[in-house]
Design a protein around this ligand. Structure first.
Ligand code: GSH
Length: 208
């Protein structure tokens, strides 16, 4: 199987990149620089017409969306125990959590951090409050602890860590308000696959 991962350093594609590392796969990495607009070039739009990263080119074709890529990596490497493959109910919950990250947490924190032009004043305060309410939901209801699904780490943990990392970088992941999410991020950042991913993207774990 020949795999090419289209990744942008420090972006949500860190979830896909770390999944490939967790599975120990051989893949070629193509860096797409979002600041230079490389996601909108005709060459890249031929890979992912939506003009966003990540994308994963496989022998069967291209897969887009972190959540789908994580599910595919886990399903094609069941021996690596990256997700509860084979348990339909547990897989539905894995997909549901990843779907929530993609459709709710990511857009909320993305609006705060990456709006162009940048949000200011009341608009920024409102967007921040709405994003933090979603982190509250993760802290209080969705993340069982120590991992998303209790004692068993899955790829959903690395995907969540993308957004807790962004929040910590922006000084939004308050230690008193989000003790579980802070401990979770510290734990996930220690994974060798996460550290390989960060190094390959020219990044480092973000300290509390
Ligand atoms: N739900 C998608 C989101 C993909 C996405 O929005 N990627 C961002 C980076 S985090 C991107 O490429 N943005 C570039 C743009 O919108 O021009 C996924 O998880 O794959």
């Amino acid at each position: 199987m020949t795999l090419t991962a289209f990744i942008s350093a420090g972006a949500c594609a860190m979830a896909t990149h770390s999944a490939l590392e967790e599975a120990g796969l051989d893949y070629e990495m193509q860096l797409i620089d979002l600041k230079k607009g490389e996601q909108k070039t005709p060459e890249y739009l031929a890979i992912n017409p939506a003009g966003v990263t990540p994308a994963l080119k496989t022998d069967q074709g291209v897969i887009t969306q972190n959540a789908a890529i994580l599910g595919w990596v886990a399903a094609t490497h069941p021996d690596k125990k990256l997700a509860p493959v084979g348990d339909a109910f547990a897989m539905a919950r894995f997909d549901a959590f990843n779907g929530w990250l993609a459709s709710s947490l990511h857009p909320a924190i993305g609006k705060v951090l990456f709006s162009r032009p940048p949000l200011e004043g009341q608009a920024k305060d409102d967007a921040t409050e709405q994003a933090l309410a979603k982190y509250d939901l993760a802290e209080q209801r969705l993340v069982e602890g120590p991992y998303v699904f209790g004692d068993d780490w899955t790829l959903a943990d690395n995907y969540l860590a993308v957004f807790t990392r962004w929040a910590r970088q922006a000084k939004l992941l308050d230690a008193d308000r989000f003790p579980k999410l802070n401990a979770h991020l510290d734990r996930v950042q220690q994974r060798p696959a996460m550290q390989r991913m960060l190094k390959a993207e020219g990044l480092e774990p973000v300290a509390a």
